[in-house]
Design a protein around this ligand. Structure first.
Ligand SMILES: O=P(O)(O)O[C@H]1[C@H](O)[C@@H](OP(=O)(O)O)[C@H](OP(=O)(O)O)[C@@H](OP(=O)(O)O)[C@H]1O
Ligand SMILES: Nc1ncnc2c1ncn2[C@@H]1O[C@H](COP(=O)(O)OP(=O)(O)O)[C@@H](O)[C@H]1O
Ligand SMILES: [Mg+2]
Length: 263
């Protein structure tokens, strides 16, 4: 319902509508959605999480927001202690013009504003975790391959890459190393989704998650999207029907409580 509104920045109009139509259920408020539209703020809440003892660890790759002259990027990267290679991501999350920078000099060719994120080797598989209220669904997609020390010393420059983990890159039926393919543990996803729903104040989003190669339980969140293409989520018809029905029940109870409170 709110997806079309994302193209507008009309908080006054939204607030006015909300005041004049209290009977309308707001799934997710525009202010909260905005957090996910900018790569500088997108992962802030994930980085604050401390999921000790939750069947694994979830973090964010070391990253740096850059909005300076490109010539000063190498020094800023050194100061921040970031290791190469780095993924350069445009600040506005709607743009998918990503690149991989292999060496310090090439960083001066980048075009700020952007976020530089350490590349984390993850065996070329990414987990897309869809959240719809209390429901969670995960799919596997192919991703960028590992970068080893040899690749680093033999490559220089900035390599632009297209949408590597798009729907066509499904890895569900691929013959993968089980250590790489194993889905993140369910209890970890449940606590992660619950915490993010609460902290962000959102119910409809997805998370791009990778497992650090060579580990069983060290995960990184690299991207989040508000109201992603749910048509690609397995079983979306039932998940959405249940979600909408649960809203209806909550609203009914709220109104009932309201009425009996009044009486
Ligand atoms: O962020 P915006 O600019 O809205 O673009 C979205 C995201 O890139 C989605 O990727 P993600 O899932 O990482 O959010 C992608 O889905 P897939 O990667 O599943 O293909 C959407 O494809 P369409 O749903 O086909 O439009 C694309 O329109
Ligand atoms: N920090 C990272 N380490 C390893 N791979 C990454 C990293 N960031 C992005 N990628 C790869 O690049 C792809 C696109 O990055 P992402 O941040 O998800 O941008 P988009 O908004 O285009 O989906 C990911 O699906 C993953 O394959
Ligand atoms: Mg993504």
């Amino acid at each position: 319902m709110l997806k079309p509104l994302l193209n507008f920045s009309l908080p006054d109009m939204f607030n006015e509508y909300r005041e004049t139509h209290p009977e309308v259920t707001v799934l997710d408020p525009p202010g909260a959605i905005e957090h996910l539209l900018n790569r500088q703020s997108m992962l802030q809440e994930v980085s604050k999480l401390d999921l000790a003892d939750c069947h694994g660890k979830v973090g964010v790759p070391k990253q740096l927001f850059v909005n300076t002259d490109p010539s000063s990027i190498p020094a800023a990267v050194t100061r921040a202690g970031l290791s190469l290679p780095l993924v350069a991501k445009p600040l506005v999350a709607k743009s998918h013009e990503l690149s991989l920078a292999y060496d310090q000099n090439s960083l001066t060719k980048l075009e700020p504003p952007l976020v530089l994120q350490e590349f984390v080797n993850h065996g070329g598989v990414l987990f897309k975790v869809y959240i719809v209220g209390d429901a969670i669904r995960v799919v596997r997609r192919f991703s960028l391959p590992n970068v080893d020390a040899g690749d680093l010393s033999n490559n220089a420059g900035v390599f632009r890459f297209p949408r590597v983990s798009c729907a066509a890159a499904t890895a569900e039926d691929a013959d993968l190393d089980p250590h790489v393919a194993e889905l993140p543990p369910r209890p970890l996803l449940e606590i992660l989704a619950r915490e993010l729903r609460r902290r962000l104040g959102l119910r409809l989003f997805n998370i791009d998650m990778i497992r650090e190669h060579g580990t069983r339980d060290r995960f990184y969140v690299i991207d989040m999207n508000y109201f992603p293409g749910y048509g690609k989520m397995p079983g979306y018809e039932h998940v959405f029907t249940d979600f909408l029905l649960s809203l209806d029940q909550k609203e009914y109870k709220r109104r009932l409580g309201y009425t009996s409170g009044e009486g």
